[in-house]
Design a protein around this ligand. Sequence first.
Ligand code: IPE
Ligand code: IPE
Ligand code: MG
Length: 239
Amino acid sequence: MLLTGRIPRHVGIIMDGNGRWAELRGLPRIEGHRRGTERVSEILEVAAELGVKALTLYAFSLENWQRPTSEVKTLMRLLELHLKKELPELMAKDIVFKTIGDIWRLPGEIQALIREIEEKTASNKGMALVAALSYSGRNEILRAVKKVLYSGVRPEELTEESFGSYLDTAGLPAPDLIIRTSGEMRISNFLLWQGAYSELYFTDTLWPDFTKEEFFLAIQDYQQRERRFGVISTRRDAP
Ligand code: IPE
Ligand code: IPE
Ligand code: MG
């Protein structure tokens, strides 16, 4: 499928529905998470090919720590395996790897792995892959407010733009498109500040079934949208 027209600079994806995918097949939930990582590799590749500049994947929320210990443990193990496996791919595709979220809560080995991958890919020139790990938008905003307070910046100097530089996403454009799989119509604490004007795309498809064709559908849908940012439509004639 060929996509011509406007390609979103930054796409965020709330990768939801792994557990239901597995349960529907009588499999353990972790099998859904495992299948989900296969989609991550596929979507990453196709997004880079399309010319997306940043892809943020919501992989584990701060709230997800409250899941049963066994699920959290297997998710962490899967994350570690996936990160190790992806590194050569990231290098081959010239992708820069970044993370957002309360990373210090992750197991030490994963934090070390993240640092290593961030360092190794830092001078790459291609798409930014941003993994939202142990992430919550409110927590990110609160941490940013604390950084502002500690910085001693004068209140009258603080602008929306400068505040953005205290967020974990500093340097990244705001997401143009946020996709959520699995039929849930909510944001679940994802990119609350940055998503103020994002186009939202919801699909019933569960994340382990979200193939590149599904991604193309989301991009095509985005290409039909008119982004107005509060001003008057340029498409319709004035009355
Ligand atoms: C998304 O799938 C992955 C994570 C939140 C880690 P879920 O595990 O939320 O799957 P469902 O929503 O229970 O189907
Ligand atoms: C959102 O999915 C977080 C991730 C996809 C990582 P959840 O399954 O945790 O969200 P809720 O609980 O349905 O809102
Ligand atoms: Mg879910």
